[in-house]
Design a protein around this ligand. Structure first.
Ligand code: ZN
Length: 264
C-alpha cells in the first residue's frame, strides 16, 4: 500500500532524507511498538515514534499525573494533574498524529501480564523506572524474541542499548547481577533533569525506528552512555553471555565478555 497525499505531506521532511525512503516509511507504518512507562523517558520516546509515523503504539503506565512529574514528562501538562498517564498520553499523542493507532494500558507491568502486554509488538521500548521491571521486560522480550530498546537515566547521565534477542547482548548479559531493591538511588531520591531524560528518550525512539525500518545501525552489542554534565557520549562494547538466564542458548555458546560495563 502506497503512502497517501496526507502522509507524503506529514512526513515530507523525513522522506526527503537520503537515508530514508517511502519503503522505510511504510515499514514504520506497518510496525507496532509497546512503550513501558509514560514518564520521563516514555514521553519523548512515544512522541517521536508517533510523530514519525509508527503504525500502532501501546502505552503501559498505571500512574496518575502529579505536579512533580511535569518538569520531565512533557506529554503531561498542568491541567492534566490527576489524569491517568496512559490515557493522557493517548489523548496528546492522538492530537499529534491521528493516523497512529494508540492503545493505553493503565496497568502495572508484572510477571502475570508482561507476556500478554508485549506479545505481538515489533519492538519494545522500555521506559520503566525500576530495575525489577527492566529485568522483567528484558526477560520477556527475549523469551518472545521481540527487539527491545533499554534505557536508564538519573541525575545528569543515562544510557541506552538496543537488543535483538539471541543475536546481540541483552540487558541481563550486560548487567548480569540485578541490584538489590534500594541499593541504587531512585529518580525520587537521586533526582533527574528533564532535558537529560529527553535526550535518552529521544535516543530510544531513534533506536526503535532503526530496528523496525532497517535504516541505520542500532546499538547492538554496544551501550551508549551519555554524561550530560560534560555533553560527553561514551560507547561501551558488550556481548552475549552463554550462561545468560534470559537469552543464553546452550546450543550456540558465546564467549564470555572481557569485562562488565559500569551500571548507570
Ligand atoms: Zn542475555
Amino acid at each position: 500500500m502506497t503512502l497517501t497525499d496526507a502522509e507524503l505531506e506529514r512526513y515530507s521532511r523525513q522522506l526527503v532524507m537520503p537515508e530514508w525512503s517511502g519503503a522505510a516509511q511504510q515499514r514504520l507504518r506497518s510496525a507496532s511498538a509497546i512503550v513501558i512507562g509514560a514518564g520521563a523517558l516514555g514521553c519523548p520516546a512515544a512522541t517521536y515514534l508517533v510523530a514519525a509515523g509508527i503504525g500502532r503504539i501501546g502505552i503501559v503506565d498505571e500512574d496518575e499525573v502529579e505536579m512533580s512529574n511535569l518538569h520531565r514528562q512533557p506529554l503531561h501538562l498542568t491541567p492534566d494533574i490527576g489524569a491517568r498517564k496512559a490515557d493522557n498520553a493517548m489523548v496528546k499523542l492522538g492530537f499529534l498524529n491521528p493516523e497512529v493507532v494508540i492503545e493505553p494500558f493503565p496497568a502495572r507491568l508484572e510477571g502475570f501480564n508482561a507476556e500478554a502486554l508485549l506479545a505481538g509488538a515489533d519492538v519494545v521500548v522500555d521506559c520503566s523506572d525500576s530495575f525489577a521491571t527492566r529485568y522483567l521486560v528484558n526477560d520477556v522480550a527475549c523469551a518472545l524474541g521481540i527487539p527491545l530498546v533499554e534505557a536508564g537515566v538519573l541525575g545528569l547521565s543515562g544510557l541506552v542499548m538496543s537488543i535483538r534477542p539471541r543475536e546481540s547482548a541483552c540487558y541481563r548479559c550486560a548487567f548480569p547481577v540485578e541490584p538489590a531493591p534500594g541499593s541504587l538511588p531512585s529518580c525520587r531520591e537521586g533526582g533527574v533533569l528533564g532535558a537529560i531524560a529527553g535526550v535518552l528518550g529521544s535516543l530510544q525512539a531513534l533506536e526503535a525506528i532503526k530496528l523496525v525500518t532497517g535504516v541505520g545501525e542500532p546499538l547492538r552489542d554496544r551501550i551508549l552512555q551519555f554524561e550530560g554534565a560534560l555533553a560527553s557520549p561514551t560507547v561501551i562494547a558488550t556481548r552475549r553471555r552463554a550462561d545468560c538466564a534470559a537469552c543464553g542458548d546452550p546450543a550456540h555458546p558465546v564467549p564470555e565478555p572481557a569485562a562488565t560495563p559500569e551500571r548507570v
